[in-house]
Design a protein around this ligand. Structure first.
Ligand SMILES: Cc1cc2nc3c(=O)[nH]c(=O)nc-3n(C[C@H](O)[C@H](O)[C@H](O)COP(=O)(O)OP(=O)(O)OC[C@H]3O[C@@H](n4cnc5c(N)ncnc54)[C@H](O)[C@@H]3O)c2cc1C
Length: 229
């Protein structure tokens, strides 16, 4: 029997079975992240642990200011994933607060406060003085200024004001006259104290009548209905 040409019989490729035993590969190398150094996971722990650690290290670098930042900034996140607002900056020490206050409002001395309050009373009386005062009201105005020059609770001020009154007798023929005269003598005192001179054309804008309902605060003058003037 002729030999049949031999066909190259290729053996069906046997399905290669991976050996059940592990191939002898070198153990995986985990590149350690720059900071902090990743440690190899202990056998049996999550194999992704090194990846987590690397991500954590990077996010810390993003969220925390560098070591060169000032002490109080260093621990504060540059970005915060938290929804709560960042803590407020610490309050300045009490001594700093006092210094700021002092710089804004210098406390008035009692002498200055009394002076300011007295001028306020006098300018308000003048603003409310009747346009046509009675003889009594004219006398009262003169007497008021004389009493101030005698009873003012600062002897040197009172003595100085006596001189001012002697040189500038009270003029109280009308509301306008009285308020202008008072402005003038106030400026005499201002000048002697080195203070700014007040523009007397603006005295009515600075000192007005008391704004009482139905003008109940207004004084009655000579041309008012009330008798006994
Ligand atoms: C009769 C009198 C005599 C005084 N004499 C002395 C003294 O000899 N030595 C002393 O150290 N102190 C004196 N004082 C106190 C002094 O005049 C001031 O009241 C005090 O120094 C405070 O000044 P001040 O800058 O707060 O403004 P003040 O002079 O008290 O004025 C109060 C406010 O009145 C307004 N004002 C200022 N000038 C005028 C003006 N001419 N007309 C209208 N309004 C004006 C301004 O808005 C000012 O803020 C006297 C006070 C009085 C009432």
């Amino acid at each position: 029997m002729p030999r049949q040409p031999s066909r190259t019989r290729t053996r069906p490729t046997a399905r290669r079975k991976f050996p059940s035993k592990s191939i002898d590969c070198p153990p995986p190398v985990f590149r350690s992240p720059p900071s902090p150094p990743a440690t190899m996971p202990p056998s049996g722990s999550n194999p992704l642990e090194p990846v987590f650690q690397t991500v954590a290290a990077f996010s810390r670098r993003l969220l925390i200011a560098p070591d060169t930042a000032p002490e109080d900034h260093r621990l504060r996140p540059l970005l915060s994933l938290s929804l709560s607002p960042p803590p407020p900056p610490p309050p300045p020490p009490p001594s700093e607060v006092l210094k700021e206050k002092d710089a804004k409002v210098a406390p008035l001395t009692q002498k200055e406060e009394v002076g300011r309050a007295t001028w306020m009373l006098l300018h308000t009386i003048a603003a409310q003085f009747p346009d046509e005062p009675t003889r009594q009201q004219k006398r009262d105005a003169k007497e008021l200024m004389a009493l101030i020059s005698r009873l003012y609770p600062c002897k040197e001020c009172a003595d100085h004001f006596k001189e001012v009154l002697k040189a500038n007798p009270v003029q109280a023929g009308s509301q306008a006259e009285f308020s202008q005269w008072l402005c003038y003598v106030h400026n005499v005192v201002n000048r002697s104290l080195g203070k700014t001179i007040f523009p007397c054309q603006r005295v009515n804008a600075r000192w007005g009548r008391l704004d009482c309902p139905e003008r109940l605060c207004d004084l009655e003058g000579a041309n008012d209905i009330m008798p006994n003037r």
